[in-house]
Every structure is written in C-alpha cells, then in structure tokens.
Design a protein around this ligand. Structure first.
Ligand code: HEC
Ligand code: HEC
Length: 322
C-alpha cells in the first residue's frame, strides 16, 4: 500500500501502531516466560520431599520398576484395578504404609502398625510416637485398620525390600503434598443401598487405639492358644503361612525342630531359642532366600512370656499342617 497523493497518509501511523502492539506482546511474552521459571510457583518438587534419607525421585523409580501404575492410578491416570494412590499418604500416614506395603496381601492390624511406630524415622515423619495419637492424626489409618485389619487384601505381595518401601513412602508423601486443586472429589453415595456404599463404622468410638495385647495377656493359661491370639493380633500371618508355603516370609508348618538354612550358608535347628530370637531379633539369623530388614523386630512390643507363647503355638503347627 502506498500513500495516494493529495490525501492524508495513514500508512506511517498504522505501522507505528503495529510495532507498538508487537513490542507490548513481546514484553508480555518475556514476562510470562520469566514467571514460568519462578521456582515451581508454590508447587512442591519431588527432590524436596524426603522420607528416611530417600527423596521422592528415588521412590518414583521404585514405583515404575514394580509397575504400580499397572493396577493403580495417580491423579486419575493409570489402571483402575486398585484404588487411586495420590492422597493415600495424607490419609493413612507413613507407618500404616510401612506396615501394608511389604505384606500387601493382608491388611495391617493396629499392633502391626504400632510395632513399626517404634522406629525413630517413623516417629519423626508421623510426628507422633504412640498408636492412639497416630490414629487421631491419620484417621484414614484408623478407618482401614478398623474396617479391614487382619483380613486378606486383593493386592498381591510384592518382593519389596525395606529400603524400597521407604522410597515409596517418600514418593507417596510427595503425591499427597501436590496441590491437586481439590481433586479427587468426595464421592456422593447418598441413597445407595448396597453395603459398600454404607458409611464406615464410627471410628472415633472404636477401640483401635487401645493398648494392644492387653486382653490377650490377661487371658488364657494355655500358651499355644495365647500365642495364636497374639499372632492374629500382630497380623504375623500377613507374612507367614501356617503351613509350609512361602509368603513374604517362610511358612511355619513343620518348622519346629527342623533344620533351617541361613543366608550365610550355615544351618540352624529351629528350637525354642532360635524361634524366640527370630521374633525379637529377626536380622540376627536370616533364612536363606529372604532379605534382612523385611520383618520388623518385636523386641519392644512382646514380653518374653508372649514370645514363648508364640513359639509354643508355632510348635503346634508341626508336621500335618504342611
Ligand atoms: C496386580 C495389581 C497391583 C499392583 C501391581 C500393585 N497394587 Fe497396590 N493394590 C492393588 C489392589 C487391588 C488394592 C486394593 C486391595 C483391597 O482393597 O483389598 C491395592 C491397594 C494398595 C494400597 C492401599 C490403598 C488404600 O487406599 O488403602 C496401597 C498403598 C498400594 N496398593 C500401593 C501399591 C504400590 C506402591 C505398588 C507398587 C510397588 C502397588 N500397590 C502395586 C493392586 C495392585
Ligand atoms: C513384613 C513381613 C513380616 C512380618 C509382619 C512378620 N515376619 Fe517373621 N519373617 C519375615 C521374613 C521375611 C523372615 C525371613 C527372614 C529372616 O529370617 O529375618 C521371617 C522370619 C521369621 C521366623 C524364622 C522362620 C524360619 O523359617 O526360620 C520366625 C519364627 C518369625 N519370622 C516369626 C514372626 C512372628 C511371630 C511375627 C509376628 C509377631 C512375624 N514373624 C511377623 C517377615 C515377616
């Protein structure tokens, strides 16, 4: 376009306006680009979230290595066989996760969580040191323990080491800390009549936080029966089968008096002393084919007569149970 002679020339003015608009857009573009580099704009970053010397980035690798996404979703992405895990740390807390993940085929009981709460790393992260306070702080743990504790779950046992569990906790802590803008929404189940839609039992009124084993230790004189009750209370059977089959740990059927091969190549006779030691100091002698650190130590939870009762119970699983 050129200026027509004798008419006022608009061309220069229009060009100046276009250049000014372009300059303004360039400034806005640069400012927005700059803003996008401002550190994560109050979103957490995975390298900043830790659990027990591991950060969430390490946990993400474990999450991928075990293909948890093949069954679970995060932020709604993934597969729908298992529940969404985005907020599970916020709901159930680190210690419930530590109790659940190594023996995911069974749901943890209160005492099973309490055993792990003896661990200083757990206490530091959870911010509480006893089970009652933990349940109060993480109502999702209380609800899970009360509704399903001690029952089998639909998730398979995975061969996770203690270190991998800690890394996963760091990762799930990170996903819980993400700002998801209110996602997931609370489900509305009003008016539905099937049992799964019913509200959970009143957790506050329940005795999940009560001291474990109190009733049991007051109860029967028969040590094997007492041992059986303790085994149920501490959910040992989420890791140990009562017959000879292998779960997360070795089966107990026919174990008593048998010869047990250890990781160092030696063998030991499974007598009272060995079994008692295996319960209070599981890493002292590690059974061949298993990893140290999978089984928590019960030394601070079980009194010696309770350990003896459990050993008496294991003795009854002799032979035929196999
Ligand atoms: C083969 C499928 C499968 C795989 C693989 C799997 N899970 Fe699960 N998981 C499930 C199912 C199913 C449930 C629900 C169990 C139930 O309700 O009894 C579950 C439950 C859970 C829960 C409890 C959720 C809650 O809200 O109480 C956590 C935590 C969990 N899984 C973590 C993991 C992690 C971490 C991995 C990877 C290391 C993993 N899962 C791999 C199937 C799987
Ligand atoms: C998180 C899983 C887990 C839980 C929970 C658990 N254990 Fe174990 N247990 C193992 C593993 C793994 C081994 C083998 C490695 C070792 O020797 O430490 C084992 C080993 C043992 C052994 C030695 C078995 C053998 O064949 O020599 C005994 C006895 C035992 N556990 C008793 C118990 C009792 C009693 C409880 C509950 C109070 C319990 N465990 C809870 C995982 C578990």
């Amino acid at each position: 376009m050129t200026c027509t002679p004798g008419q006022p020339c608009e061309e220069g003015k229009k060009r100046a306006n276009a250049l000014a608009a372009l300059a303004l857009m360039a400034v806005i573009f640069l400012l927005l680009s700059f803003a996008s580099f401002i550190k994560s704009r109050n979103q957490v970053t995975p390298d900043a979230v830790h659990f027990a010397n591991h950060d969430a980035v390490e946990g993400k690798r474990v999450f991928q290595a075990y293909n948890c996404m093949g069954c679970h979703t995060l932020l709604g992405n993934g597969a729908y066989f298992g529940p969404d895990l985005t907020k599970v740390y916020a709901q159930a807390g680190p210690t419930w996760l530590a109790a659940f993940l190594p023996s995911a085929g069974g749901w943890p009981t209160g005492p099973a969580v309490q055993v792990l709460l003896q661990n200083p790393e757990q206490q530091a992260d959870a911010g509480v040191a006893d089970l009652a306070a933990y349940m109060k702080k993480f109502p999702g743990a209380a609800e899970r323990i009360q509704r399903r504790g001690g029952h089998p779950s639909y998730m398979p046992n995975l061969p996770l080491t203690g270190d991998e569990v800690n890394k996963l906790i760091a990762f799930l802590k990170y996903t819980s800390a993400m700002n998801t803008e209110g996602w997931p929404p609370k489900p509305h189940v009003d008016g539905l009549s099937f049992p799964q839609a019913k509200p959970f039992p009143n957790v506050a009124a329940a005795t999940v936080g009560a001291a474990p084993a109190a009733a049991v230790s007051a109860a029967p004189a028969d040590p094997a029966a007492q041992g059986k009750a303790l085994v149920a209370e501490y959910a040992c059977t989420s890791c140990h089968a009562l017959d000879g089959s292998k779960k997360v740990g070795p089966g107990w059927g026919g174990l008593y008096d048998a010869s047990v091969k250890l990781t160092d190549g030696s063998s030991v006779k499974a007598d009272d002393a060995y079994l008692a030691e295996s319960i209070v100091e599981p890493n002292a002698k590690v059974v061949d084919g298993f990893v140290a650190g999978t089984m928590p130590s019960y030394s601070s939870m079980l009194k010696s007569d309770q350990v003896a009762a459990i050993v008496a119970y294991i003795r009854t699983l002799q032979g035929g149970a196999k």
